[in-house]
Write a protein that binds this ligand. Structure first.
Ligand SMILES: Nc1ncnc2c1ncn2[C@@H]1O[C@H](COP(=O)(O)OP(=O)(O)OP(=O)(O)O)[C@@H](O)[C@H]1O
Length: 341
């Protein structure tokens, strides 16, 4: 769907050359929610602006649906851009226009008739959950509502790709979640490919299928969100994973657990997929003669299922504990008995 090859952007300032994007290659599949995460200065904004040529590359190619964006002239680019919607951190709405007229704007530019515009805008207002607010002005809306207008406007021309430039960074955590839910909803309903940049791992965890970690203009790690969460390789990736998970073993030393709970058996459960912790724990207590105490842990949900670590204590006959452990081993949950410090 999107194929990026050897993409570079060099900014020439008075006294130095900045390689904001440095020889970057990436493939993004159709229908995917693809997140790029990095700290400030990593080159994320430059990267996403290159994807619709708001920024012209110094080198390399970008193809969307086998169309080479980098080879297009202005006129071809104008048409191609109708297939690529974009939303921004600070919404970029037209303040003197109503919600309705903001969303209608790209349709006016595309030469869509008045009646068709009206139908399409009303449809979009409903899709983003702003029914009844068509006549409001942006200044009368909350941050979350403004971003909903931004999303509706970006979707007006039925794009195949939606680019999100730190779309939730200006919003509080609850509003962030509702906007992220809306993006997932749109991705599922419309089969839209979404590329987002962020510095928040929470955003990646909650909605992305794939993640790329960016540092100094390059992708230093990339993969399935769950895989990257489970096996972060680079230091920078580990720091991002710690942002949402903390490190359960650091926070609560195993030694402490072992000292405190000396009866039964201590187990470390590692959730890596579909099963939720509640289902497994209640299954075990129902099926076997063991008491299960949850001691400590953190499980989080990603688009590909639950993941995280949990420490539990099983109390009961050794025989029953062994059977319960065998049962857990037959599931997707990894189990370690008497984990070492
Ligand atoms: N127009 C420009 N002229 C010169 N240097 C630039 C320009 N735009 C970006 N840069 C430089 O390119 C590098 C990458 O910047 P970019 O804004 O893409 O990073 P970022 O990861 O999006 O960070 P932030 O989230 O802080 O915007 C930085 O060193 C920045 O100073």
């Amino acid at each position: 769907m999107i194929s990026i090859k050897d993409l570079s952007k060099v900014f020439q300032t008075k006294d130095q050359e900045v390689r904001a994007v440095d020889d970057l290659s990436l493939t993004i599949d159709k229908g995917e929610i693809f997140g790029v995460i990095g700290y400030s200065g990593a080159g994320k904004s430059t990267f996403i602006r290159l994807l619709n040529r708001l920024e012209d590359p110094t080198g390399g190619n970008i193809s969307v649906d086998d169309q080479d964006l980098t080879a297009m002239n202005k006129n071809q680019l104008r048409i191609a851009r109708q297939e690529i919607g974009m939303i921004f951190q600070h919404f970029n709405l037209l303040w003197s226009r109503t919600v309705f007229d903001n969303i209608a704007f790209p349709l006016e530019i595309a030469g869509v008739s008045k009646q068709e515009r009206k139908n399409r805008v009303n449809e979009l207002i409903d899709l983003v959950g702003l029914s009844g607010r068509g006549n409001s002005y942006p200044s009368q809306l909350s941050g979350g509502q403004k971003q909903r207008v931004g999303i509706a406007r970006a979707l007006a021309n039925n794009p195949k790709v939606l680019l999100c430039d730190e779309a939730t960074s200006a919003l509080d955590p609850e509003t962030t979640d509702s906007i992220l839910d809306l993006l997932v909803d749109i991705n599922e309903k419309l089969g839209l490919t979404i590329v987002l940049i962020t510095h928040e791992m929470h955003v990646i965890r909650k909605i992305c299928h794939q993640v790329a970690v960016m540092e100094d203009g390059r992708i230093v790690e990339q993969g399935d969100v769950l895989d990257v969460f489970l096996h972060p390789k680079q230091k920078v990736t580990k720091r991002f994973v710690d942002q949402v998970m903390g490190d359960p073993e650091k926070e609560h030393s195993l030694q402490l657990i072992n000292d405190k709970y000396q009866t039964g058996e201590i187990l470390r459960l590692h959730f890596v997929g579909e099963r939720t912790n509640q289902a497994l724990i209640s299954d075990v207590s129902r099926k076997f003669e063991v008491d299960v105490n949850i001691l400590h842990g953190k499980i989080t949900q990603t688009q590909k299922g639950a993941y995280g670590t949990m420490f539990v204590q099983f109390v009961g006959e050794k025989n029953e504990i062994d059977r319960a452990v065998q049962y857990i081993e037959s599931t997707s949950v990894e189990v370690e008995v008497s984990p070492s410090v």
